[in-house]
Design a binder for this molecule. Structure first.
Ligand SMILES: NC(=O)c1ccc[n+]([C@@H]2O[C@H](COP(=O)([O-])OP(=O)(O)OC[C@H]3O[C@@H](n4cnc5c(N)ncnc54)[C@H](OP(=O)(O)O)[C@@H]3O)[C@@H](O)[C@H]2O)c1
Length: 184
């Protein structure tokens, strides 16, 4: 990997979905480079990265790319308990969109919609703004299916939620119950 950097084939080194122990082992093998970025699943519904990986990244000056930052669209407000991804959509088998889980997710989405109205933003922008305020190391990488979504997601920067609203979402998101061992 270091050779690739020296040869100008790649600019920086990054790891995706590595637990901290493996990040440590990888870094211990490097002589002249360091890991510049960790790519991690992180959104308002899935916050496991806060336990170890984000503190580790902050301590070692490593950037965090948050993948699925709007929970595959679940935090945008377009999916409702009555309008979930259909069976031909890969997300129909994602626990987040399982009807039993989504009723809990929906409680958070309703508040995202209220905040979106308050700030003149969209729920996706609010959810992305919350992530960026959570840590200066976090850079969300939202996926988009069309130019309108790209523009919408780009509107997550250049403004901030109040800390009161950030904390309210923080507390509410902890109450969302998602069961991953759910049967289909
Ligand atoms: N490192 C890894 O293991 C890993 C794993 C997964 C993904 N990723 C990366 O993470 C990035 C994004 O992740 P993701 O696509 O899984 O999840 P995401 O960014 O949370 O959700 C993207 C989906 O949400 C919908 N959407 C996006 N912007 C929207 C908006 N403004 N309004 C309404 N709906 C919107 C679109 O789907 P619909 O329009 O169909 O609803 C889009 O495909 C990608 O770059 C991907 O390569 C990395």
């Amino acid at each position: 990997m270091e050779k690739l950097v020296k040869l100008d084939k790649v600019r920086y080194l990054g790891l995706s979905d590595f637990p901290t122990e493996l990040v440590d082992s990888f870094r211990a093998c490097l002589a002249s480079e360091d890991v510049a970025v960790l790519q991690i699943r992180y959104n308002l519904l899935e916050r496991w990265a806060e336990r170890e990986l984000i503190p580790y990244a902050e301590a070692h000056d490593i950037a965090v790319m948050a993948w699925s930052p709007i929970a595959k669209g679940a935090l945008t407000g377009k999916y409702t308990p009555e309008n979930l991804p259909q069976f031909q959509d890969v997300r129909s088998s994602d626990p987040i969109f399982h009807p039993e889980n989504f009723s809990s997710v929906w409680e958070l989405v309703k508040v995202l919609k209220e905040l979106a109205e308050k700030y003149g933003k969209t729920p996706a922008q609010v959810a992305l703004n919350w992530l960026m305020m959570s840590s200066p190391s976090v850079i969300p990488i939202p996926g988009a299916k069309n130019p309108q979504q790209v523009e919408d997601n780009a509107g997550a920067v250049g403004w901030r939620l109040s800390w009161e609203d950030w904390r309210m979402l923080e507390e509410l998101s902890r109450k969302v119950l998602i069961t991953y061992s759910i049967r289909y």
